[in-house]
Design a protein around this ligand. Structure first.
Ligand code: GLC
Length: 750
């Protein structure tokens, strides 16, 4: 057995060396304030801090007023009327015995009023700076109505596009999700959590929720500790290191234990190994749902198990309010468990400055949906769009002649915004149709929906669509999914285009005009059978308020597409789970040749030719791989160089390649770095993303792109759960996507 460099279990992958959310001196001062306050609190008041209630009514229900006055509510979610928020806060601060302020919460997943592209689309930017800027805009807008805590970033690794919540995630890769999740935390929280426009982030859903069996939301997960530590936990560690003030326990049971009742997750990992000091909130009624799971006999037991596991605040369900006092007074639940939970909650409230400034002065904030916010949202949308095909048709010239814009999604102010927008308003949406008309003139645009919406089976609009195409020189066909077909509780077993959209394309293609397909969806949909029928494909996801102008600017060349896929696009739903960072197996699939079903003779006897990990009908390759995305120019990668072909455990390996823009258009390119550990204590993936750089090159310009790799960057949890980097042979790629690239070998020596 090779010796290995065993680093501390505390050193998890993707350590983002950012000062945690609490500075030391501030830490001590706050700790003292928390302790002083805690000593004054009754048991009822302590449990009150562990209770979150949802209340969206502008007129505060009397029961809520009463409970606030009694100090029996610690947080309100879903109130976004600033007058009401201030009144709720006044009740807590001025009419309760100890005046402990409430923490007001809201889901601000990809924007508050200015809606940004869905997180999966933001992941396609591979740009932490724009993700951070978007979160900052969201924080300023949400804080202006009194919201000081949001339930984002959602950093569940998502490798199953049947799962509707893939839309909210940053995709399939731990490294990319770690970088972008940390950026979102920093954007929400700013450089000082006590500033009035800072809002506490919440790393969710902890943990493993995205591995729901069958891609069916809320379903069980069966992640080994190894897979948890090497794939699903790193983004949460990165969020904790970025100073996330809160975590949310997830709905799923993993390997038989609901996350909301898991001491392993909420204490061993989060507190003991990571030293997390914020607080943990349950996800909605996930505490009482442990009865449904069959993990608790009743809600009374659920309260006990969740509190003991380390859930510090109960969202919406009432098991803490109803049962914790009994557990403590019976002596079965140590008061220390309550005190610890309340300390974490009070600490965040002090960090937010709520005791000093509990009220919101809306006049001190910029207007919602202002030009600066819209500009940032457009920038994010432009960078999120991925060009998947271009047979020399894009970008279009403004003198292109008549343009047929077909499809309801080209002009749907609601669907463009995507899932999980509570406070976005359709009237703010700038659609692609309006942007295209603005760019080239209304008279040149023939618009018709073709079908009323993405699910419609009514073909009566086909004839108008065909007529529009006949009277046009080029077709911009907008197909995809409505926003409600992704997001929470909206998993799909068949992820092809719903309704009769494929039939619409087929009919239009008979007119033989050039077709640009713009797909808008909250997940990778399957469309392998459409690729050959069109000349170009843009994947625009659900791009938010400014998605229309972003799409138009790319279509007409004011911007060049730079997005890269943050998730693998399967040819067929039957290939799922399908992701780039898979193990090699003992009989690796041969990408280019397999025994196809059609090649096997009838009555063929059992044979083992080509027995590798493949599908006889579809093969093992994706339609488009992780990291893939085209540009209006070409980038040539050459001259891969390593500073050495051997490094010791404490040396740095420099890996570089020259990237040249050989085309005629200035454009951005996301250069990716992948590695592979050839032989290790456990089987390791055939590739892992370890770095990326966004570069911009003018036509003809060449840049040497340099990555620095340390042994720690190659560490993983081995079979003994040691976080190690083993000596041995590695492969390294500098690439434009996960399926190709310049490759070299190097060795790590003792
Ligand atoms: C939900 C979601 C969670 C969200 C919470 C509050 O059910 O799972 O992501 O933050 O409720 O709305």
């Amino acid at each position: 057995m090779k010796k290995a460099l065993v680093t501390s279990l505390l050193l998890l992958p993707f350590v983002i060396l950012t000062e945690p959310g609490f500075s030391n001196s501030n830490n001590d001062i706050i700790a003292a304030k928390v302790s002083t306050l805690l000593e004054k609190m009754t048991l009822d008041e302590k449990i009150g801090q562990m209770v979150q209630v949802s209340s969206a009514e502008e007129q505060i229900p009397s029961e809520i007023k009463e409970n606030i006055r009694k100090g029996q509510i610690g947080s309100i979610l879903n109130q976004v009327n600033v007058e009401t928020t201030n009144e709720l806060q006044r009740l807590a601060v001025e009419e309760s015995r100890l005046g402990i302020p409430l923490i007001m919460a809201r889901d601000v997943i990809h924007g508050f009023r200015t809606i940004f592209p869905i997180p999966l689309a933001q992941a396609a930017t591979w740009n932490p700076a724009i993700v951070k800027k978007g979160a900052r805009v969201a924080a300023v807008e949400a804080a202006s109505v009194g919201i000081r805590w949001t339930f984002a970033p959602m950093i569940d690794i998502s490798r199953d596009p049947r799962w509707g919540r893939i839309a909210e995630s940053f995709g399939e890769d731990p490294y990319l999700s770690s970088i972008l999740g940390a950026a979102m935390v920093e954007g929400f929280q700013g450089d000082d959590l006590s500033k009035p426009d800072a809002i506490a982030a919440c790393a969710k859903h902890f943990a493993g929720y995205g591995a729901a069996e069958g891609g069916r939301d809320y379903n069980s997960t069966f992640l080994s500790e190894n897979l948890l530590r090497n794939v699903y936990l790193p983004p949460f560690k990165a969020a904790a290191d970025a100073g996330a003030a809160t975590f949310m326990s997830s709905f799923n049971d993993n390997d038989g234990i609901p996350a909301t009742g898991s001491k392993f997750l909420l204490r061993t990992i989060l507190r003991d190994e990571w030293g997390f000091e914020g607080f943990v909130v349950s996800d909605w009624s996930s505490i009482t749902e442990m009865v449904n799971h069959g993990f608790c006999a009743d809600e009374r037991e659920a309260a006990f198990k969740a509190a003991n596991a380390g859930v510090n605040m109960e969202m919406v369900s009432s098991s803490y309010r109803e049962h914790l006092k009994d557990w403590v007074e019976s002596g079965e639940l140590p008061i220390a468990v309550i005190d610890e939970a309340v300390k974490h909650v009070l600490r965040v409230k002090f960090e937010l400055g709520l005791f000093e400034s509990p009220y919101t002065d809306a006049s001190k904030f910029p207007a919602l949906v202002n030009e600066a916010h819209l500009k940032t949202a457009k920038e994010a949308a432009v960078q999120s769009i991925v060009m998947l095909k271009n047979d020399n048709i894009l970008p279009l010239s403004k003198d292109v002649g008549k343009v047929a814009v077909i499809g309801s999604l080209a002009n749907d102010k609601v669907e463009q915004l995507g899932t999980w927008i509570f406070d976005g308003r359709p009237e703010d949406t700038r659609t692609a149709l309006s942007a295209i008309q603005e760019l080239i003139g209304k008279s040149k645009v023939n618009f018709t929906v073709g079908t009323e919406n993405s699910r419609s089976k009514d073909k009566s609009g086909f004839s108008a669509a065909i007529e529009a195409v006949k009277n046009s020189d080029v077709v911009l066909l907008f197909l995809g999914e409505e926003a409600i077909l992704s997001g929470e509780a909206h998993s799909r077993a068949d992820i092809s285009l719903p309704g009769v959209q494929k039939e619409l394309l087929h009919e239009i293609s008979k007119v033989k005009k050039p077709i640009v397909l713009v797909l808008m969806a909250g997940r990778p949909v399957t469309f392998a059978d459409l690729v050959e029928q069109v000349d170009a494909i843009l994947y625009a996801w659900h791009p938010g308020t400014m998605g229309g102008p972003a799409i138009a600017d790319i279509l007409f060349g004011l911007e060049s597409p730079s997005g890269k896929l943050p998730v693998t696009f399967p040819k067929h739903v039957g290939q799922i789970p399908l992701y780039y960072s898979h193990n090699n197996t003992g009989r690796p699939a041969d990408a280019n040749s397999w025994v196809s079903m059609d090649s096997v003779a009838v009555h063929a006897r059992q044979f083992s030719d080509g027995s590798n990990s493949n599908y006889m009908d579809i093969g093992s390759m994706p339609l488009f791989p992780f990291g893939f995305g085209l540009s209006y120019t070409d980038f040539v990668y050459e001259n891969l160089k390593l500073s050495s072909n051997k490094i010791s455990m404490n040396e740095i390996l420099e890996v570089s390649a020259d990237v040249t823009n050989t085309g005629k258009i200035a454009a951005a390119e996301i250069v990716q770095l992948y590695t592979r550990d050839i032989a290790a204590d456990i089987t390791r993936p055939i590739k892992e993303l370890k770095g990326f750089q966004r570069i911009s090159l003018k036509p003809g310009e060449k840049q040497a792109v340099v990555f620095k790799l340390k042994a720690d960057d190659l560490a993983f949890y081995n079979s003994r759960m040691e976080f190690v980097t083993e000596p041995g042979l590695f492969h390294v790629w500098i690439a434009k996507n996960s399926q190709e690239g310049l490759m070299a070998e190097f060795e790590i020596i003792e």
